[in-house]
Design a protein around this ligand. Structure first.
Ligand code: ATP
Length: 134
């Protein structure tokens, strides 16, 4: 089976590196599925799960936006934050979700609203990845 090397990197350091059979990620333009030999490209990502198919298993990494760069034998994801499912503190994510929901209900200015909306998306993404619900 052909593979490609995937690296997920954040400002705090590398989060994931492995050879996989397929990568799926949520680009701004929609879901992308990348197999070995894919044409080179760069795409901005949404807050979402990256799925890594490997030997009949699928691993999940929660990614908080960023960019994906594809070369024929390598995919690099540069993200502001990224966590493997096993590294997610689900209680922290649930607390962040509740905090963001409270801020969205309190009528404040647009900037606060946008920030709370993004915080809510990050928290829900982490909860979904932790629970394997992607
Ligand atoms: P919080 O309000 O809980 O800090 P956040 O969405 O504002 O959440 P980020 O700014 O996206 O947090 O991330 C800051 C750092 O904390 C990053 O290194 C990220 O990987 C880590 N992180 C955030 N939430 C979690 C979590 N639930 N489990 C594990 N690591 C987390």
């Amino acid at each position: 089976m052909k593979t490609l090397t995937v690296s997920i990197v954040t400002p705090d350091g590398p989060v994931y590196e492995s050879d996989v059979e397929m990568v799926s990620a949520k680009a701004q333009s929609g879901e992308l599925g990348i197999l070995p030999g894919h044409i080179p490209m760069v795409a901005p990502l949404q807050i979402g799960a990256v799925r890594l198919k490997k030997g009949g298993n699928t691993e999940l990494v929660a990614v908080s936006g960023g960019f994906l760069e594809v070369r024929p034998d390598k995919v690099t994801i540069l993200a502001q934050a990224a966590e493997k499912a096993s590294d997610i503190d689900v209680e922290r994510a649930k607390a962040a979700k509740e905090r963001a929901e409270r801020r969205l209900q309190a009528k404040q200015d647009d900037i606060d609203f946008k920030r709370a909306e993004l915080a809510l998306k990050r928290a829900m993404n982490r909860i979904n990845v932790y629970e394997g619900r992607i």
